[in-house]
Design a binder for this molecule. Structure first.
Ligand code: ADP
Length: 359
């Protein structure tokens, strides 16, 4: 820790227990607590309660109430916490700070649904987020965001304006080429189209750009991954053995092109029984955890097979925005862990170990 007394001159003695309590907070996303340099302002009220203003270096605002409660309990005074998200000023590409590829070994596992919900969850956690639909075999992001029928627009005939929906900026490869032509795509052609969309879209400033990759681990996916300056990748799988075998190929593909795999998300992980409320592991259990453990990566989330997820997708609604839906918290937690592991990976050159259970 550096000169706290300098940073908070005057009543530093009163503030130190607060900083210690913040540093002691632990969760999957805040795996090493709240660092002193994130604390921008501390106000001590006349009743001795505290008001703290943080600047978080990753999307994580959704945990502030929990952090406040932890610190309040530790100090036995009321502590309210507010924060802004401000990622370090290093850009991955133009004014985009982090690019995350969302991939899957096979199609139909819920990759696009998860990509949209993760993007929205990052936005709700306080970040500026865009989503780029690069799935040449079935571009579905416009549909998932309720943008069907939308036509790309340009102001100067050189750059495309991204679409805006649900507080996300969005662009799709489907606007360039109709999906039924997918069979003619080759690696260089697909990566060229992806580059064109990245370069020629006026994204403005973004904290995170989520790229919904085409499913599979062949030449096309490999070439596309190589051409994008990605900070990391997330692999979506279902619990079936075949999907897991393909997810493993996905990990191998990203290792080959030196893109860190930030974690696996097991989608359609279980089904909650409408009668007894017990989780029913229809497609098998613990497969993703075992795979993750073998490769030293975390499982970011286990998403249930839920009718509401499909229904809201079909209506162009993003279920992680619906606070009444219990699944919303699961997506937001996954987004925080993803954002924090990207941060720690870049600042400490290693990922923080999170939620890896034994075989
Ligand atoms: P992919 O991008 O892997 O091809 P999609 O995201 O298009 O898969 O999802 C395929 C289908 O499965 C869609 O109808 C979607 O609504 C549905 N789906 C995805 N995830 C879930 C889930 N967790 N529960 C219920 N339906 C889901």
């Amino acid at each position: 820790m550096f000169g706290l007394s300098k940073l908070f001159s005057g009543k530093s003695a009163e503030k130190e227990p607060l900083l210690d309590a913040l540093a002691a907070y632990r969760s999957s996303a805040f795996a090493i607590g709240i660092e002193a340099q994130w604390v921008k302002e501390i106000t001590i009220n006349t009743d001795k309660s505290f008001k703290v203003k943080l600047e978080l270096p990753f999307a994580g605002k959704g945990e502030l109430a929990q952090i406040g409660e932890f610190v309040s309990n530790k100090l036995s005074v009321s502590v309210s916490i507010d924060a802004e998200v401000s990622l370090p000023n290093q850009c991955c590409f133009k004014q985009i700070k982090q690019i995350v590829l969302v991939a899957s070994g096979k199609g139909g596992v819920g990759k696009s649904t998860t990509a949209v919900n993760l993007a929205s969850a990052l936005e709700q956690e306080g970040a500026k987020v865009g989503i780029l639909d690069a799935d040449i075999y079935g571009p579905s992001i416009p549909l998932l965001l309720g943008l069907q029928g939308a036509e790309p627009k340009t102001l100067d005939n050189k750059t495309l304006l991204p679409f805006e929906a649900h507080n996300l900026k969005a662009q799709s490869i489907g606007f360039l080429v109709p999906s039924d032509d997918a069979t003619v795509w080759r690696g260089p052609m697909a990566s060229g189209a992806l580059n064109q969309l990245m370069n020629e879209t006026d994204w403005g400033e973004l904290d995170y750009l989520i790229v919904d990759m085409p499913p599979g681990t062949g030449d096309i996916q490999l070439t596309m991954s190589q051409k994008v300056p990605a900070s990391g990748a997330v692999i979506i799988t279902t619990p079936q053995d075949l999907a897991l075998a393909d997810a493993q190929k996905g990990i191998a593909m990203f290792n080959k092109v030196n893109i860190p795999v930030l974690g696996l998300i097991e989608n359609m992980s279980y089904f909650l029984c409408g009668h007894c409320g017990e989780p029913n592991h229809v497609f098998g259990k613990d497969g993703a955890v075992k795979l993750a453990h073998r490769h030293g990566v975390p499982v970011l989330a286990n998403i249930p097979l839920a009718i509401e997820i499909r229904e809201s997708s079909e209506q162009g609604q993003v279920i992680s925005r619906d606070n009444a839906a219990s699944i919303s918290a699961t997506y937001k937690n996954a987004a925080r862990v993803l954002a924090s592991s990207l941060h720690y990976q870049q600042t400490q050159n290693s990922s923080v170990e999170i939620l890896i259970t034994e075989d």
